[in-house]
Design a protein around this ligand. Structure first.
Ligand code: AHR
Length: 498
């Protein structure tokens, strides 16, 4: 129960957690359902450009300021032969895709993905198949993408119309290999040994790449965090990031107060993984560092997951409501608060599948959670700050008492701007919040946005696409170094101050 209605947020630009990695605002697209086909690539749409890419989706993606894009899966990756997706489209095979029981036409592949990344100005993050794939096929793909012309695989790329290397820096060495659902799932030590050998060969192909090791698919796996310890200890010096994944939903529990306190679960997951990283570094006596790549995260409500051998089936297309958007905002707050160890994050996924963007042949709907991502990707830069929040407590079944406010902040010394991001997770209470600046106080609020509503289940729909969107609010003044705001219940507020 909420016991009082005022809060203080203390911000000191000297209390730096770490630089905010721009790669925290990444996305993920998989050959699954209608993400790639009918989401990214849809030649039949009147909104497609001359290469079949959806211009409306590209505009939304630019608007959201994504920085990195993970591809091509996901579970799809573990049965994928990348050679199927390159070369003349007419001769690419049409295959049964086992992970999602769908038909894969292979009309979109590695080179189309690179073209897409260029058009939206996002760094590609490629995955290599550690399920049915070999360490050789992994190294060959690095050569195909990154080697200068003059060898077998790089000349093949050139013959496909891409003379210049794609220069892909980020490489995932498999996907969710801890999961029994994964094609070619392995025990931790077997995966680790294979990943080590793959990463060795991939790095010999291009020493400039950064490699991502498969960690736990979520915090509820029976093998968590032992999987991570074994995989890290075996591969430490050959890996740069440990991949972690998590999805959440309020669908099963129908417990909104706990759901709105999800930041606690996200933080606990990162803290355990950070401790595992520290342990592995000590155990291997290494000077090398490995960071976290949270390269699949999202709210995922139950839906259809089997493609029934259709092309681009409607899988995992669920709308998002206000409470989902507030959970997404907390996830992003956690990314900032854990910026010392978390360096990459990719929302799963960017369009149609488990996504806040949904397409029809000629339309695009933005669900509630589109907005917190857009606001934070645009407004949070520089370093993240260690904010002290004194807020009333609210009681939850899953996490006990939680502060009613969830806060993060950024500071950009070059621009002289501070970003403040606040979720009021109360269902009922407006919280009068004093943001107090302990070091140099900004002169004014230059941007103020808010997403709020009265019903946690309120959603956007094709009939009412703008029921819940981020609205510009009146910019609060700053008096004696204090900026005072009244934060409505069920709200997310983003401010820039200068
Ligand atoms: O993003 C959907 C699926 O969730 C991915 O294919 C898989 O990696 C995860 O289990």
């Amino acid at each position: 129960m909420t016991i009082s209605n005022t809060a203080t947020v203390l911000i000191d630009s000297n209390r730096v957690i770490a630089e905010i990695s721009p790669l925290l605002f990444g996305g993920f697209i998989e050959h699954m359902g209608r993400c790639v086909y009918e989401g990214i690539y849809d030649p039949k749409s009147s909104l497609a450009d001359e290469t079949g890419l959806r211009t409306d989706v590209m505009a939304a993606i630019r608007d959201q300021k994504y920085t990195v894009l993970r591809y091509p899966g996901g579970n799809f990756l573990s049965g994928y032969n990348w050679l199927d997706g390159v070369g003349p489209k007419a001769s690419r095979p049409r295959r049964r895709e086992l992970a999602w029981q769908s038909i894969e036409t292979n009309q979109f592949g590695t080179n189309e993905f690179m073209d897409f990344c260029k058009k939206v100005d996002i760094a590609p993050m490629m995955g290599v198949n550690m399920g049915t794939g070999t360490i050789q096929s992994a190294a060959d793909l690095v050569e195909y993408c990154n080697a200068p012309r003059g060898t077998y695989w790089s000349d093949l790329r050139a013959s496909h119309g891409y003379a210049a290397p794609h220069a892909v820096k980020y490489w995932c060495v498999g996907n969710e290999m801890d999961g029994p659902w994964q094609i070619g799932h392995l025990e931790a030590i077997d995966y680790a040994r294979k990943a080590l050998e793959a990463a060795k060969m991939m790095r010999w192909q291009d020493p400039g790449i950064k490699t991502v090791l498969c960690g736990s698919s979520n915090d509820r796996m029976a093998t968590f965090p032992e999987w991570d310890r074994i995989a890290l200890e075996t591969t430490w010096d050959k890996m740069d990031y440990l991949s972690i994944h998590m999805y959440t939903t309020n669908h099963h529990d129908q417990d909104t107060p706990s759901y709105l306190a999800s930041a606690r679960r996200f933080e606990d997951f990162v803290d355990t993984m950070a401790a595992t990283l520290r342990y592995a570094k000590a155990k291997t006596r290494s000077k090398h560092d490995v960071y976290l790549s949270w390269d699949e995260w999202q709210v995922w409500h139950p839906g259809q997951h089997e493609g029934k051998w259709a092309e681009a089936p409607h899988l995992a297309e669920v709308g998002y409501n206000l409470e989902d958007a507030l959970v997404v905002a907390q996830w992003l707050n956690v990314f900032l608060r854990k910026a010392d160890v978390l360096k990459v994050a990719c929302v799963a996924q960017v369009v149609n599948i488990i996504s806040w963007l949904q397409t029809t042949t000629d339309g695009l709907l933005k669900h509630t959670s589109y907005y917190p991502f857009k606001l934070m990707a645009n407004m949070a830069h520089g370093v993240s700050l260690d904010v002290l929040t004194r807020a009333p407590l609210t009681t939850t079944k899953q996490y006990g008492d939680m502060p009613v406010l969830d806060v993060s902040a950024s500071y950009d010394a070059a621009l002289g701007t501070t970003g403040v991001f606040v979720v009021n997770r109360s269902l009922t209470e407006t919280i009068e919040t004093n943001i107090t600046f302990e070091s140099t106080a900004p002169g004014s609020v230059t941007e103020a946005w808010q997403l709020s509503g009265t019903e946690p289940t309120a959603m956007n729909s094709w009939e009412h696409p703008n029921a819940i969107t981020a609205q510009a609010i009146a910019k609060p003044g700053i008096r004696d170094g204090v900026c005072t705001l009244r934060l409505p219940p069920l709200s997310f507020t983003a401010l820039t101050l200068k």
